[in-house]
Ligand binder design. Structure first.
Ligand code: ATP
Ligand code: MG
Length: 351
């Protein structure tokens, strides 16, 4: 899909816990965040990436639009989790046109869904680094049509014009490219832990070499606390953020929280170990952690221990100015959770 340089675009990250809307424009040499709004959803609204309550999600998007007062309709949305599959494959060398022709056939062997049920996209990376001559490496992206259509129609009904469907893990990469320096030889693991999904994208020399989503996130805290104390979702959400007004035994709550932190950190560490084992790249130099779960007290420290690597909280506004009209404290306070939304809004600049 082509967009002229001047075309402005909105990033809409429809997370299962929080929907975030962003707009970033170029002013001279600077990038400026001109719109930022976010709203929480009920836990039943989106479950395992499936929209269960369309009217609620549409209502929340409507509120965000009212708050943001957008003049722009073109929108980039993201998908992640188990409705999208990203595969790196090695195939005989061919032109982009030739691959477009044969992509369904090539993809069939790598995608665990019926080819008719998915939308396919690909990017040619270049000559293969692993196998013999005359082969090339390609990233293949397959997303379930029914899921895509659900999101697209909802966004359209909300009055926006969805022009690009991106993948959350790739949006993180856009966020990184704009905000962080690429140091030759360095390996950065971008880890985004939301409510129900963890997205990982590992970059070497600033180029993605590994991506993985797993269905682990901050909901694990909320669910464990609900189960243990028989409290509501909302009460458990407050409890995990340090508000103990529900009157439960706080030391018991702390020990549950601590063991969930361990589980989530262990899952991220497993993915990074898997990356090391499958690519033979041993040195991961740093983890850049984003997503709402990154805001859990003590989380970065525990993840650092688990992975054995420095963990830095992502700042998606490191090289992006925040418009004076926006509440910059609000944007900065939840900055790590805005990483995907920022990456989506940057998509036009990275075409
Ligand atoms: N200040 C905070 N302290 C602890 N946890 C927080 C904080 N703010 C948000 N969270 C948690 O982070 C999670 C939401 O993060 P995020 O907005 O990245 O998820 P999402 O994009 O809506 O979900 P997903 O992408 O997994 O569907 C929730 O589990 C929420 O409780
Ligand atoms: Mg998310």
């Amino acid at each position: 899909m082509f967009l002229s340089k001047k075309t402005q675009i909105v990033g809409l990250d429809i997370g299962s816990h929080t929907v975030k809307l962003t707009q970033i424009v170029e002013r001279g040499k600077d990038l400026v965040l001109t719109k930022y709004a976010s709203r929480e959803l009920d836990p039943e609204a989106i479950v395992d990436g499936t929209i269960m309550d369309r009217s609620q999600v549409a209502g929340v998007i409507g509120e965000l639009l009212a708050e943001a007062q957008l003049k722009v309709k073109d929108t980039v949305i993201g998908i992640s989790g188990n409705s999208v599959i990203i595969k790196r494959i090695t195939i005989p060398e061919m032109s982009e046109d030739e691959l477009s022709e044969s992509i369904n056939w090539e993809a069939e062997q790598y995608i665990p869904f019926a080819i008719d049920d998915v939308n396919l996209d690909f990017q040619i990376l270049g000559p293969s680094t692993k196998e013999g001559a005359n082969t090339m490496d390609v990233v293949l992206v397959a997303a379930k049509k029914d899921k895509i259509n659900d999101y697209l129609s909802l966004v359209t009904e909300s009055g926006l014009n969805p022009v690009i469907m991106d993948v959350d893990a790739f949006a993180l990469e856009n966020m990184f490219e704009v905000n962080y320096e690429i140091v030759p030889g360095r390996v950065d693991a971008l880890v985004n832990i939301g409510a129900s999904v963890t997205n990982i994208n590992i970059l070497k020399d600033g180029v993605s070499v590994f991506t993985r989503d797993s269905s682990v996130g901050g909901n694990l805290y909320t669910e464990s606390l609900q189960k243990e104390f028989g409290i509501s979702f909302a009460a458990a959400e407050s409890l995990k953020k340090g508000d103990d007004s529900s009157g439960v035994d706080t030391s018991q709550a702390q020990s549950i929280i601590s063991s969930v932190t361990e589980d989530i950190a262990a899952e991220a560490a497993r993915s990074i170990d898997f990356f090391r084992a499958t690519t033979g790249i041993e040195n991961v130099d740093r983890v850049i952690l984003s997503g709402g779960c990154a805001l859990m007290a003590g989380f970065t420290e525990r993840l650092a221990e688990r992975v054995g690597v420095e963990v830095e909280l992502a700042n998606p506004f490191r090289n992006i100015n925040i418009d004076a009209k926006l509440d910059s404290e609000m944007a900065q306070g939840s900055a790590p959770a805005a990483a995907v939304a920022v990456g989506l809004a940057l998509r036009r600049l990275r075409e």
